[in-house]
Write a protein that binds this ligand. Sequence first.
Ligand SMILES: Cc1cc2nc3c(=O)[nH]c(=O)nc-3n(C[C@H](O)[C@H](O)[C@H](O)COP(=O)(O)OP(=O)(O)OC[C@H]3O[C@@H](n4cnc5c(N)ncnc54)[C@H](O)[C@@H]3O)c2cc1C
Length: 469
Amino acid sequence: MRQPWRVAVVGGGIAGLAAAVRLRDSAPAGTEITVYEQSGVLGGKLRTGELAGQPVEFGAESFLMRDPTGAESAAVALARRLGLAEKIVHPTVGQAALVIDGGLRPIPGGTLVGVPGDLDRVAAVARPAADADTDGGRPLVGPDADVSVGALVRSRFGNEVVERLVDPMLGGVYAGRADDLSLVTTMPALARTARVEHTLVGAVRAAQAAAPRAPGAPVFGTLAGGLSTLIEAAVTASGATVRRDAAVRELTPTGTGWRLTVGPTRDPQLVDVDAVVLAVPARPAARLLAGPAPAVAAGVGALDYASVALVTMALPQPRLPELSGFLVPSTEGLLIKAATFFTTKWGHLRRPDGLALVRASVGRYGEEAHLQRPDADLAATVHRELSAVLGTPLPAPVDGHVQRWGGALPQYAPGHADRLAAARTALRAAHPTLVLAGAGYDGVGIPVCVRSGETAAEEIITALGGSAR
Ligand SMILES: Cc1cc2nc3c(=O)[nH]c(=O)nc-3n(C[C@H](O)[C@H](O)[C@H](O)COP(=O)(O)OP(=O)(O)OC[C@H]3O[C@@H](n4cnc5c(N)ncnc54)[C@H](O)[C@@H]3O)c2cc1C
């Protein structure tokens, strides 16, 4: 293998940048790493903006502190690696609410993304079906099977638990419906225990016991100064050359590596590298794979995506409840899917002038038509709905921002993990120096995407004949 290695990272989101950092840490010294990002900004779904003179997240807001095994999450480990551990802050107010019959009720504790391990604790919000969760003498899910979260929970706890708890909580992450989402990919810890336990209550409790949380230990963290600081620090630590406004349009195998076609069709640039981390969403990945690996492209490109819009407003001294925010079941008939009271939830964002930053997320899978409305219309509807849910007219905003994320949230259907594993196996066999990373494959969320990028980097190092330093 020629030295130094030349590795292209296609996609400047958190998965691509985590891959770049791991390559710098573990590939041979002198490895040339170049990150190609089609837009003018790095970070992908991580984007810290500014509203009313204050940094505020226009994309992802926070990360899980622990992974499903209870160990420190990959996001925390990356922040530590980048010297940002001291900047991690936690919500000051963690309690959120659900909108039920137009009013707010606290989200009950003790659930796993809304799936209860103790039916009595959710009674104020949803009535579980009586006696459906019986021991049928065998595990809930077969050893290689996958089901939708909705189908499993409906069969054991009835419709109300799905509609009032699981749907809004899963929808808060995926903007999709529990009935369409894979248990194995969206709730891996529950999928593992459901293959052993005979009741859903038993499976939830076993999953919770497998990842015990110290009392009072924070579940979420973010970075004071904004999540974009994670991106900036990763770029610096990786020592990568960054090419912004540089869409990769074609990947061609050369026999010894890859030729990238970069930039506009009229003035393309051809770049030769030894290996590629492909850290872009599934749709653009499928387009790039169509030439070198058409069967893999078909498997990867089958993934569907939901679009969302985030409406953030700065409100002068509104009367807000002491809640981090609320989630809205789709049965409530509101446009708002979820709302976050930033300046209540995060102590570091509180302002002496009492200005509140409130963000609402709009858009559910299959309801993209609502997102066709102009920004001003979305903002006015959100303001009206917020006032109605809070039961008090909110003051007019002094500043606002609408961020649209088109085709942003993967809708992992049951069987996704198997389809992906088959695609990866085929890709590895045909092209070991081309590796997929990011949310299109391993699951959404900053920790999952960091780990996915790091794993891709390690696979590249192995494929190029190296071993981790
Ligand atoms: C609105 C929203 C809120 C979220 N909130 C949270 C949260 O609070 N906590 C959490 O953990 N997760 C959250 N997530 C999920 C999380 O942000 C994502 O799963 C994660 O950031 C995805 O990272 P990625 O690197 O895989 O992909 P992306 O962030 O999508 O990055 C991929 C990059 O590739 C670039 N690209 C695409 N095609 C090409 C090409 N041909 N050539 C070059 N570049 C290309 C894109 O421009 C993009 O910058 C949220 C997601 C969304 C949409």
